[in-house]
Each structure stands twice: as C-alpha cells, then as structure tokens.
Design a protein around this ligand. Structure first.
Ligand SMILES: [Zn+2]
Length: 256
C-alpha cells in the first residue's frame, strides 16, 4: 500500500491510499480538485472515501468527488452517521469494527475530544489521526472534555513506536515553538524544530512522523514526563494526573 499526501486548502492534508492494482481510497478530502489531480497523476481509480471527523475542512470535497466520479462508499464514525453531519456517509464505524483495505486489516480507534465522532484508521503500520494527534501537537478540544481527549491520545500513544503518523494539518513548525516553550531544555525538541524548519523551507510535508519521535517531542503525549508535569503545574494544572497535565497544556496552547 502506498500513501500519497495531498495538500489541500491552506494547510490541510488529504491522503490517497493506493493498492497495487490501481485502486485507491481517499481519507479526509477537504476539496476535490487537488485530490482529482493526484488521482490523475498517479493513474488511480477512487473506490471509497473515509473521513476521520465531520469538520468541513475534512469532508468538503465529498460532494464534488461523488458528482465527478460517481457514488461510492463514504465511511466515518457511527456517531457522525447518527448526527448526519458527513455528506453522503454510507457506513458508521465503531472501535473494533473489522475492515479491510487491499487485503490488509484496518482497525478503527474511537478518539473523541476534538469532536465527539472522531476516529483514527490504523492500517499497514500507518495511523491516520485527523485533528486529534498532530506532528508535535494535538487538536483543539471542541466537543469533548480534556480528560476524554487525553484518553484518546493515550490510545494513539499505545500504538507500536514505529507507527507512521499521518495527521490532518501541517502545523508542525508552530507546534514545535510551543513544545520548546514547555520543554526548553529538551535537545530532542530543538533538533526536531530544526528538522521541521528545514522541511518548511523546502516546502516539504512533515508527514509521516514516526510515533517514536512524537513520544520524545510532542508535549501532548508526554503528560507523565517530569519536565512536562512541572510546566503544566506552572500553567495552572491542579494536580499531576494525566488529564490535569494535558488540560493545562491544551489551555496554554489555545492562547500561545
Ligand atoms: Zn477538525
């Protein structure tokens, strides 16, 4: 399986997942034209659309893709199906549902917090995390609670360390500025910031990121690191529990 990142809108990513036979699915098509251009360039036929959550900058291209290429399966969470907030959704997914892509098993993680219907797709050593886990950061908590979001990030953190993370936005440079404010002594964060700046300079994406690198550099996965706990306590965390540490960091990032 090949993963082809497709830059959309200002800083969004859609992803084409392509099998050997020329078939592909797309994850989170926020707009149709760049996805169609990538399909054409790669000589791929689109067979299905998968979405991580209902936000417009993840589903905005569904109507146009179906109008241009014909109706096709549109997969999202069961919650979003019940809320009827993903265009043309045909199937609702829950954690543990069995799914297959190009002969490989796909697992679904329910990761509420950014939205209540957020899910991640895990396939072939890749995690598509939408706006829940970013490279060096995480999404805002719009619909859930801080504790809910932290529990969702804990599920992603528990994936194998060599998992390739593909997220919904290119926010990496800004995320690492915040990471450096939280852990100013961390050489891992400083090296990562230089890496991200160089990619940004060349106009290259920072996805995929290895989960192992996120474990070292992403403050939103480091609620049990001493330096992160101290930084969170200094920013109002009531105690050192993961939910409190995470909540204080997320609140601090909202106004950073
Ligand atoms: Zn979103």
């Amino acid at each position: 399986m090949r993963v082809i990142p497709v830059a959309c809108l200002k800083d969004n990513y859609a992803y084409l997942l392509a099998g050997d036979g020329g078939d592909a699915i797309v994850i989170d098509p926020s707009e149709a034209p760049p996805v169609q251009a990538a399909l054409q360039r790669e000589q791929l036929s689109l067979r299905a659309i998968w979405v991580t959550h209902h936000h417009f900058d993840h589903v905005g291209g569904i109507e146009d893709l179906c109008a241009a290429l014909g109706a096709m399966p549109v997969l999202g969470s069961q919650y979003d199906l019940e809320q009827r907030r993903v265009p043309r959704q045909t199937r609702g997914l829950r954690e543990g549902d069995a799914l297959e892509l190009f002969g490989q098993p796909v697992s679904i993680l329910e990761i509420p917090g950014h939205t209540l219907g957020a899910i991640a797709y895990i396939v072939a050593g890749c995690a598509f995390s939408g706006d829940t886990l970013f490279v060096a950061g995480c999404g805002r908590v719009f619909e859930g609670t801080m504790a809910m979001m932290q529990a969702s990030l804990a599920k992603l953190r528990a994936l194998p360390a060599d998992t390739a993370l593909y997220c919904g936005h290119e926010y990496t440079v800004a995320n690492l500025r915040f990471a450096a404010a939280i852990e100013p002594e961390s050489s891992a964060v400083q090296e990562r910031a230089q890496w991200a700046a160089a990619l940004h300079e060349r106009g290259e994406p920072s996805v995929p990121s290895k989960l192992a690198d996120e474990l070292r550099c992403n403050p939103f996965l480091r609620w049990d690191a001493d330096a992160v706990i101290a930084a969170a306590r200094a920013r109002g965390a009531a105690d050192s529990t993961p939910a409190s540490v995470f909540g204080a960091l997320r609140s601090a990032k909202d106004t950073f």
